[in-house]
Structure formats: structure tokens, C-alpha cells
Design a protein. Sequence first.
Length: 149
Amino acid sequence: MMRLIYLAYKVYCFFVRPVTLGVRMMLIQNNQVLLVRHTYIDGWFLPGGGVKRGETFEQAARREVKEEAGVEVQTLSFVGAYSHFKDLKSDHNIVFFSDQFTVNEKHDREIAEARFFPLDDLPETTYPSHLSKLEQYRDKKNQLPFGEW
């Protein structure tokens, strides 16, 4: 069912070409990152999602990681603002980082799995832009706080 809804969204994007605003969170502890796998799309992703009306970026990030990965974040910091112009839309994401969080193992039904991976052994199916940000973090490369995602 979720895959059908996702397909309908792709058709909508083809005709409307929406501008979207979202958040992503790099949740890293003990040299491992928490990634999620959705039920409706293949691959592994940083947890996150859309910003709701009347919600700050921080509020959205905290809500999304709680929903998608069952995570309560104690502290977070800003990584950057990135844009993505593929898949028929103008997609803009604010990325945060946290290494102070707790996981309660409960996530919503749009997530098939949430799992920790070593930063030096990330899944081959990690979404390319997310993989790039994680590799930059792992290799201690300076990340520009803006750019294409």
C-alpha cells in the first residue's frame, strides 16, 4: 500500500513540480550511524522528513527521528542546508547532527527497519547524498553548510 501511495506522489510531482522542505538527522554514537529503511522505497536513509506548518526546523527534526527511529534527541547541532533538484521537484533539506540521544526501538509503520551501521562499513544501498555526508563526517572533511544534496 505504501509503495502505491509513493507512486501516486511521483505522478503528482511530475505534474506539479513541488518545492519541498525537510529535515534529516545524522545520529552517530560509538562510530556508528543510525539509518532507516522505508517500506515504500529501497535503500537506507538518514532519518527525517517534511517540516509541518508552524514547526521550526529543530522541532521537525526531533519529531521525525522520534517517529521514524524511536529516538529521543538530547542535543543537536546544525550541519547545513542542502538542495536537490532531481525526481521532478525542488527539495530542500536542513541537516542536523546528534551524538546525544536514546533509542527506544519503537518506530512508525512507514519504516521497515532502523539499524546502526559502522561508519566504515555503510550499506551499499545508502542513498547517495546521505552516504556522501556520512563519508565527509567519517573522514573529518570540512562540510560546506550549503550546496547540492
